[in-house]
Every structure is written in C-alpha cells, then in structure tokens.
Design a protein around this ligand. Structure first.
Ligand code: NAD
Length: 502
C-alpha cells in the first residue's frame, strides 16, 4: 500500500511556540494545497501570530508567514524565501522577486477542539519542560501539557488521524500516546509517529528550509509505515528524499535527546579545558582551533563561553539522566550529569572572577549586563546563563545591575528574573535590577560591563581587546554567549552598533 491511501488535506499543529509556529509555516509554504492550522490555548500568542508583530523573532520568518498566511503578496524587496527560490531556478539572486498570489493556507486559532476534529494529521509541539516538583523534580520531563494535548486529540480526532510527536519527549512516549488513545477510543486506529525537531533558535527558518535530516520514527505496522510515508510526502515537497530518514520510533525519540546531549557535551568539554587554561596561561581559543582542525573532531561547538542556555539542552540532558536511572543505568546517568555540572561550574567561575576583579566587593557598585538572550539572534530569555550570573552577583549586594538586550523584552526578562524575587526583590521598581532600552544609558557610570550574549552589536573593537585574555570567548553558532568581562567605563571600547529590528 502507498501513501496515496492516506490523503492529508488538513494538518493541525498543537502549540504555537518556537517550534510549532515556524514548522507549521514552512510546511504550509511548501504544501500550498494543504490547510495548516496552528492552535494554542494562549490567546495573546495566537493574536500575535495573526497580526503584524509575530510573537517570536526568527530571521526570514515574516517572509514565510506573509506568503502562507496572507496569500503570497508580491515581493517588494529581497526576501530570504524569494532568494532561495529564485536562486534554485536560475542560480542568481535578483534584486526583486515577484511571487504570484496564492490562496492563504496557514491559519492560527484558539479553537483547538474544532481544529482537531477536521484534521487528518495532528503535530504535537507543546512545551515539555522539566518537572518542578514531585517525583523526579528537577530532572524528569513534565508531560502535563503533552498529555493534555494527547487527550484533546484522543477525544476529538477522526478515526485514522495521524499523531506526530514534534515535542522533545522521553523515549517510549509513543506508547503513552497509544495508551491514551486506546483509553478514550478503544479499538480505533491512530498511527503514532515521532518526528523530532532539530532546529536552533535564531536560525529556525534556515534549519527548516534546509534540514540536515528529517527523522520520522514509526511503528513496524502497515498503518505505521503508511502514516510515515504520508508525513514524508509533506517534507518531500522541499526536502530531498535522501535526507528523510524513516527509523524505528524508539530510536527516533532517543536520537533527539542524544543529539542535544552530544552538542552540550562538546560545550562542556571545551569549557572544562578553558578552566585549565585560566590556571596555566594556555589560550582556549588556540586550543579549540587546533583541536577542531582534526576532521574527526571538527570545529563546531568548540568555543568556550558561559556554557549552554536556552530551553532545551539542560532539560534534555536532565531528561536523559532521569531516563537512564529509571532504566537501571546509574553509570550512564552520572556520565551525562557531569555535562550539567561543568556548565554550572563555568558560570559560577565567571561570576566569581567578576567579583574578584572588583576587589571582592560589589557594595556601592553598578554592573551592566549587555545581552540577556541565551544566544544571539533570538529574543528568547528562557534559561539564560545571565540569570545564574546575576544571582551570584546579587549575593554581593551591588548598588544596581542594569540590563540591556536588543531583542528580549523587559517583561520576558523580568519574568525570568522573578525566580530571584523573594530573595532580592528584583522586580520591584526600587529593586536593584533595571532593564533598559538604551545600551549607553545602561552602561553609564558602570564599574563593570559584562557582555553575556554574543550579539554582533557588542563586538569588541580591535583596539579595545584586552591585551591579556580575560574570561573571554567568541560566540558559536549553537548555544553559548560570550562571557566577556570588560571592566571599563570607556564606552568607546565596547562597540555598540544599531540593534536589529525586532
Ligand atoms: P513553547 O513554550 O514556545 O510553545 C509551546 C506552546 O504550546 C505554548 O504556546 C503553549 O501555550 C502551547 N500549549 C501547551 N499545551 C497546549 C494544549 N494542550 N493545547 C494547545 N496549546 C498548548 O515551546 P517550544 O520552544 O516551541 O518547544 C516545544 C517543544 O519542542 C518542546 O518539547 C521542546 O523541547 C521542543 N524543541 C524546542 C526547540 C527550541 O529551540 N525551542 C527546538 C527543538 C525542539
């Protein structure tokens, strides 16, 4: 039997976040004859997706949404999508590309139940954070949102609707989905697929447009293979078949955790070397360069910095350690746990270096933090290394900490800082932390300026580079901000250029 037996006319994507929104938009862009409806319970987020200011910042996303959601208005300027398409046709990039109008096929809605009812395929891309309390707190994955979405699907989906895990979930979640479906709709077949997302924030559109691989995990049943073929067909509209890998469903679930764990492990590995460098006078940048020239190792993810942040690496490794322990593999759990330990050590060391450089006291001193996002080109403030640094600095009672980030909103930063509220009253207007929209105002009269996100606008000018490397590191395209300490009140040294337009 072929995939033609499973016609897909309507795709419902549950969860309009960093993964759900861009993924649905790119699927819709390349499959103009399929309706793609993204649903979320968060009315504000959906309103933003429908409006002019999208709720997340990703280079190229506006262009994709404008075509799929608004029906492909003519291109009036260069656009990433237009360039990619025109480039594919004639190998050149014209100044202006004119797209024919098309029917809008990307929609955003809070009507979860109604949308699920008409869907032939449901992608579940809801949040799967770490559990905050109870059994496995701090490590196990909190499956509440995922289970909630599954139940919504179980109670409302058409028989045969294909369920796709896009969220990052512990291995064997596919079984949980089947159990939920069976409990609500005994005897009805709902094929379950695992299709983990490998995009990185900041390059989400590029990653989705040109993925290294699309992994589709399915059960070894006829309905499983047919469902996998139907999903593969959606991707094949723009991804070469050779990059679409159908694999066993448990391998698919585990490969996402493994990929993130290995990327994070490289960061912790080079950071561990940076600690030795600080004590010996070796230069971690030179070491990373030489080590990375070995083709067996490669140069990616080898730049020392403040360690990885964001909503994925830490939680996915925590999930892997918890999974290993639940499977009776404490040695495996301890191995991966060490990656997290090294990450915390790096931030701690950086913050303590700052304090030591300021004569072991922050009393009466003002610290400025340039960059809050967990890496450049994203407005995502979740689990930023800056939070850990700020926590340690606040313990020293500074006069004030001023924060500037070109994309993270004040409300997002304050929401993240609210975990420090009880101890330090950070969110009160008279509290020690302020978020400013002007980097120069933020830096004025500071005793130290810390560059904690490697935004291009904070690039250090040649003449301002410290003669002796401090805890400095460049960015790398995955996960880690700088960690560059400038004890200076001379702002000419920190070359702050124009911020990107949000
Ligand atoms: P997010 O928090 O930005 O978005 C999740 C959305 O799901 C929220 O808007 C929430 O309101 C919505 N939601 C939760 N339960 C719902 C329900 N029952 N019905 C409708 N909407 C519901 O999360 P994200 O960053 O997009 O991540 C989603 C998943 O993808 C996670 O499992 C994450 O680990 C994984 N992932 C994330 C990234 C990334 O870079 N952010 C990359 C790869 C994979």
């Amino acid at each position: 039997e072929t995939a033609a037996n499973v016609p897909i006319r309507t795709v419902c994507c549950i969860g309009a976040g960093y993964v759900g929104g861009p993924t649905a938009a790119v699927i819709a862009l390349h499959n103009p004859h399929i309706r793609v409806i993204v649903v979320d319970r968060d009315q504000k987020r959906i309103d933003a997706w429908k409006g002019r200011h999208l709720p997340i910042h990703e280079p190229g996303l506006e262009d994709v949404v404008r075509i799929a959601r608004d029906g492909g208005a003519e291109w009036r300027r260069r656009s990433s999508v237009g360039q990619a398409r025109a480039g594919a046709i004639d190998g050149e990039t014209p100044d202006e590309v004119v797209e024919p109008r098309r029917q809008p096929n990307l929609f955003f809605s809070t009507a979860c139940v109604e949308t699920i009812k008409e869907a032939d395929m449901c992608l579940i891309s809801v949040n799967t954070p770490t559990k905050k309390r109870g059994v496995g707190a701090g490590r196990a994955t909190d499956m509440a949102a995922f289970e909630g979405a599954c139940r919504d699907v179980a109670m409302n989906a058409k028989p045969g609707c294909i369920l796709v895990e896009k969220s990052t979930v512990p291995c064997k979640t596919g079984q949980l989905m089947k159990d939920i479906m069976e409990a609500h709709r005994p005897g009805v077949v709902f094929p379950v697929l695992s299709n983990p997302e490998f995009l990185s924030e900041g390059t989400a559109v590029r990653d989705l447009m040109q993925p290294d691989r699309v992994v589709i995990g399915c059960e070894s049943t006829i309905s499983g293979h047919r469902a996998a073929a139907a999903l593969a067909n959606l991707y094949a509209a723009w991804v070469p078949r050779s990059r679409i890998a159908p694999i066993n469903i448990w391998s698919s679930e585990l490969c996402k955790l493994a990929a993130n764990a290995m990327l994070a492990q490289r960061i912790s590995s080079i950071n561990s070397i940076s600690a030795i460098c600080e004590r010996t006078g070796a230069d971690v940048g030179e070491i990373a360069k030489s080590v990375g020239m070995d083709p067996r190792i490669g140069p990616q993810f080898l730049k020392a910095g403040l360690g990885f942040g964001g909503s994925c690496f830490r939680k996915d490794i925590a999930s892997l350690t918890y999974l290993s322990e639940s499977l009776g593999l404490p040695e495996v759990a301890a191995y991966w746990q060490q990656v997290l330990t090294m990450n915390n050590f790096q931030r701690d060391r950086f913050a303590r270096n700052v304090i030591a450089t300021l004569n072991n006291s922050l009393r009466g001193k003002k610290i400025t933090i340039l960059g809050y996002a967990f890496k450049k080109n994203t407005g995502d403030a979740r689990e930023s290394p800056a939070l850990d640094v700020i926590r340690i600095l606040l313990e020293e009672g500074p006069k004030s900490i001023s924060i500037f980030d070109p994309l993270c909103s004040e409300s997002d930063i304050k929401r993240e800082l609210s975990v420090l509220e009880q101890e330090f009253a950070v969110c009160k207007p008279e509290g020690p932390v302020e978020v400013l929209s002007d980097p120069y105002v933020a830096c004025a009269d500071s005793n130290a300026v810390l560059v904690l996100t490697d935004w291009d606008m904070f690039k250090i000018t040649e003449q301002a580079k410290p003669t002796k490397p401090e805890s400095s590191a460049d960015s790398y395209d995955g996960a880690t901000p700088s960690g560059l300490l400038r004890i200076t009140s001379n702002l000419d040294q920190v070359n702050i250029s124009k911020p990107p337009t949000p």
